[in-house]
Design a protein around this ligand. Structure first.
Ligand code: PRP
Ligand code: URA
Length: 209
């Protein structure tokens, strides 16, 4: 079974409060989502392997460490996942970015795929799939399946807020994929929205309705 990690760093939790607040406008919402994505990215990469190296300081040779050739890829689920990309890239500017376009049909709540463009070598990369919301779990599960069908072997899922239903769906469909969230909320409402959640992440990020 995959692991669920709730990233409870005080800065993440503090900023998440402002993200949830309905009074927070588009500009601030966008900035906060980017900041939290960076903080979550910091936590998620804690176990990247290191290798020893040396560097010439102005004084002498120092024995130091660098990340050991790990190739990363970040895969936002469009559209709301886009809001987390830049935060992540501020930590790992060389990561390749793939895009998966999915929207949730408002009636059936089933994910509908409309776009997919991935780095050519995803089978060699550790992929971090990002989306602010894990609600029914349909979109994330479909994105992970699509990536596996294209050859992905190692993946993590990173979301701001999850509903218990979404966690269960992803864990059952993808027991090999660990899930990292800032919060597991109470439940879904009848329209598949996370309660208490933050509303519609895409609309709040891009100022649409
Ligand atoms: C939202 C969100 C997830 C999905 C989660 O996207 O960003 O992708 O819903 O719901 P699920 O777990 O029930 O599948 P949405 O479909 O609203 O599209 P958008 O990002 O284009 O706004
Ligand atoms: N998608 C969102 O943007 N918000 C939710 O609460 C559920 C799905």
């Amino acid at each position: 079974m995959s692991q669920l990690y709730v990233l409870d760093h005080p800065l993440i939790q503090h900023k998440l409060t402002y993200i949830r607040d309905k009074q927070t406008g588009t500009k601030e919402f966008r900035e906060l989502v980017e900041e939290v994505a960076m903080l979550m990215g910091y936590e998620i990469t804690r176990n990247l392997p290191l290798e020893e190296t040396t560097v010439e300081t102005p004084v002498t040779t120092a024995k130091t460490y660098m990340i050991a050739g790990k190739k990363l890829g970040v895969i936002p689920i469009l559209r709301a996942g886009l809001g987390m990309v830049n935060g992540f890239l501020r930590l790992m500017p060389a990561a390749k970015v793939g895009h998966i376009g999915l929207y949730r049909d408002p009636e059936t709540l089933q994910p509908v795929e409309y776009y997919c463009k991935l780095p050519s070598d995803i089978e060699e990369r550790e992929l971090i799939v990002i989306d602010p919301m894990l609600a029914t779990g349909g979109s994330a599960a479909a994105a992970l399946t699509l990536l596996k069908n294209r050859g992905a072997k190692q993946m993590k899922l990173m979301c701001l807020i999850a509903a218990p239903e979404g966690v269960k769906t992803v864990q059952e469909a993808h027991p090999d994929v660990d899930i990292y969230v800032a919060s597991v909320d109470e439940m879904l409402n009848d329209h598949g929205y996370i309660i208490p959640g933050l509303g519609d992440a895409g609309d709040r990020l891009f100022g649409t309705k």
